[in-house]
Ligand binder design. Structure first.
Ligand SMILES: NC(=O)c1ccc[n+]([C@@H]2O[C@H](COP(=O)([O-])OP(=O)(O)OC[C@H]3O[C@@H](n4cnc5c(N)ncnc54)[C@H](O)[C@@H]3O)[C@@H](O)[C@H]2O)c1
Length: 379
């Protein structure tokens, strides 16, 4: 049983992180059971389409549905196949259909129980069904807890590429049941750690230091340590999103490591490389460019690499199990990224651990040289 210090410290059943977005503000409740984080729900009394995937449903579907009933809601469960290919238009259509069958009205709610795939898909449906019904995020992967469930980005993949159709749509609540982490496959857990490390680099050098000092606790999913860490990551994301909800400026810092990361995911194909693994290699790439372009101390770049190795994250393409990926292919994928303009990628680079700059343009030579550095064979 997770009875963690963070919760005891607050003398409560959950830790609360507020996301301040005026009339779209909401709370992230982080606790150790569904009932605690879904009780006193802001959507009390209404119908809820509970969307989950086949893996998550088998472990948590019943518990979560019971907690929603206990919170005085009327859940209708829909189970979609697990896996990224479900995040597409055909399942949007299926969920519209299920929303109709469940009789959802404007005051009803769609809840996403699962990882980022379910969250993005169900969120997109919630944003568009009846021009918007309430949306409840119940994340069950580390990535979803610290990243995708917070901040309101929803969307689906199109045949042309990933996340090409979407909407900014904030949930009314994020309910994190930390115990769901216990069943998360190791590769998924480690993948989520890339985003955790990212928050240390972009915002909080102290968090970075705590991860270094407690890497075993992190690897072992120590409930106390992870509860505090997840809460801190949510706080950082909440602060960044509150400053720039629609990514017209500072929110771009959340993309540290993602320029190369997205390109690798695109070229290698989703599945061979998880999002977190691609971002981990992308962070090393960005850190190497930061040394050249923004005066990041090489010792800090090395600390990042060492921490990621300790956490089991890949720091080169070779360590990610990827062989021979030509720079021209990767560069082309960078050009077609949503965040590039006229084929020029704008990068997030670090001045020091805990402080980054966004919108950095880098010469073609530097872009390629840093790529060589992450593809070097280690012998
Ligand atoms: N909206 C955003 O801001 C944002 C940010 C980052 C990523 N994303 C999106 O998130 C998606 C990736 O999310 P993800 O990494 O959570 O993957 P995912 O949702 O596909 O989940 C990964 C796997 O873990 C399983 N799973 C989930 N929770 C589990 C649990 N507690 N125990 C056992 N198995 C469990 C799932 O069934 C799945 O097989 C991508 O589609 C990506 O585009 C969105």
């Amino acid at each position: 049983v997770i009875a963690n210090k963070a919760l005891r410290k607050h003398g409560d059943q959950f830790v609360k992180v507020h996301v301040n977005l005026d009339e779209r503000s909401y709370d992230i409740l982080i606790g150790s059971d569904f009932a605690a984080v879904l009780a006193d729900s802001v959507v009390s009394g209404s119908r809820v389409l509970l969307v989950t995937d086949s893996n998550v449903n088998a472990i948590y579907g019943d518990d979560c549905e019971a907690a929603l009933r206990a919170a005085d809601l009327k859940p209708f469960r829909v189970v979609v196949p697990a896996g990224e290919t479900t995040k597409d238009l055909s399942f949007v259509a299926k969920l519209y259909d299920e929303s109709g069958k469940a009789g959802l009205g404007r005051k009803s709610c769609i809840a996403a129980l699962g990882g980022g795939m379910v969250g993005d898909l169900a969120g997109f449906v919630a944003a568009s069904y009846l021009r918007g019904v309430k949306f409840l995020q119940i994340p069950t992967t580390l990535l979803a807890m610290v990243d995708s469930s917070v901040g309101g980005k929803t969307g689906i993949n199109l045949p042309h590429g990933k996340n090409l159709a979407g909407a900014f749509y904030q949930p009314v609540r994020v309910g994190v049941n930390l115990r769901t982490l216990e069943s998360l496959p190791e590769r998924e857990y480690i993948s989520g750690l890339a985003e955790v490390v990212k928050y240390g680099v972009i915002w909080d050098a102290e968090l970075f230091g705590r991860l270094e000092a407690n890497s075993d606790a992190v690897r072992n999913r120590d409930p106390d340590f992870m509860a505090e860490t997840i809460a801190r990551c949510c706080e950082i994301k909440a602060q960044v999103v509150a400053m720039d909800e629609r990514e017209s400026g500072v929110r771009a810092i959340l993309n540290f490591g993602h320029t190369l990361g997205h390109a690798l995911e695109n070229v290698v194909g989703y599945g061979a490389l998880s999002h977190g693994e691609a971002v981990a290699v992308g962070m090393v790439y960005a850190a190497r460019l930061s040394v050249e372009e923004r005066g990041l101390d090489t010792k800090e770049c090395d600390r990042l690499i060492e921490l990621m190795i300790k956490l089991g994250l890949p720091v080169s393409l070779e360590r990610a199990g990827i062989d021979d990926l030509s720079w021209s292919e990767v560069r082309m994928a960078m050009s077609s990224d949503k965040k590039s303009q006229d084929s020029v990628p704008f990068l997030v680079l670090a001045r020091e651990l805990g402080s980054v700059v966004f919108g950095c343009e880098v010469s073609e030579e530097q872009l390629e040289a840093a790529y060589r550095a992450v593809t070097l064979k280690e012998g």
